[in-house]
Ligand binder design. Sequence first.
Ligand SMILES: Cc1ncc(C[n+]2csc(CCOP(=O)(O)OP(=O)(O)O)c2C)c(N)n1
Length: 369
Amino acid sequence: MIFKEFSATKKRLFRVMDDQGKIISPSHLPEISNELLIKAFQDMLFARTADQMIVSYQRQGRIFTYPPNLGQEAIHSAVAQVIKHDDWLVPAFREMGAWLAKGVTLKDLFLYFMGNETGGSFSSAHNMFPVSVPIASQLPHAAVIGYAIKLKKLDQVVYAFTGDGGTSEGDFHEALNFAAVWKVPVVFIIQNNQFAISVPLRMQTVSDSLAIKAQAYGMPGLQVDGNDFFAMFAAIKEAEEHTRTGNGPVLIEAVTYRQGAHTTSDDPTKYRTREEEEAWQKKDPVNRLRNYLIDKKLWEESREEELISQFRKEIDRIFVEAENHPSYPLEDVFQYQYAEMPDDLKRQKIEHERFLEWSRSRTKKEVAR
Ligand SMILES: Cc1ncc(C[n+]2csc(CCOP(=O)(O)OP(=O)(O)O)c2C)c(N)n1
């Protein structure tokens, strides 16, 4: 009964372990087998390794803009361990661990961030929406999928993601309102990573929390330490049970920190301090769970190096595969919007062809140098 005990109206943050990974609330420690716990940790390690490699591929000019996940992995892994095959995932764009759990292949993920249309459909993922770049626009869809599930009497739950910035969009409020009015099975998850690009949370809202907004719509709201795997897992599990059994939607605010840049095009040193970053690094979700596992003799740090080097080889192999995937024809970008291409689109197409020519000649010059 975490949602009652820690209801957002009580202004209490739900935590199970401290910043070092020591259990501070044994009565809230969720039931989870050692096997699943180790898997959850390995999922976090894998996602972190892939994430860091993608940032470095971007720096090498081998992939386009990418939004790093560093520091937010416990949230994704908690959802990954609970979400079922038939459940729906409605992503924002910064929850890679949840995408992988839903069956997105790394190759498709790489293709997506390479701007290759083949990747964007995530065809191997069952019941997952595409990535949503227009902030919060995915949330009304999540509510309506919930409506369809209820109408068809299906045994499914929708997990819908947004960031703290997304909570300032009308779509967020419309989605929560009607999900509650219709009493549909949606778990709304806000990843409060403290910033929307350079805009800090204090400029986003003066509410006591983001979770408390649930109160206005008549659904349970919970503020959770999003860097505490156990707290996240317990919260997602209870939310899932609540909503799957016909009690309507819930809102979880996962308090975390984006340790990396907003995207690879951003420079966070312009708007936040080194001290703040260091304070949050001490609450790192991977370190906390690792400390716990080592303390319980469920993990040895010596195993990690070998495992990560295996991950790296595998990730790199798939990345090269994606690099060698045939590119889509240029026309595809322009082709499908209208039956007949209007003049402004024709002009854009010519412009783009010129750009490609320019960038090809530039690459040739660089190679020649
Ligand atoms: C409707 C809309 N407005 C503005 C943008 C530009 N934009 C891209 S990401 C972003 C910030 C999103 O912040 P948040 O929801 O907190 O998610 P985070 O990036 O922190 O994960 C903005 C404003 C956009 N993509 N869509």
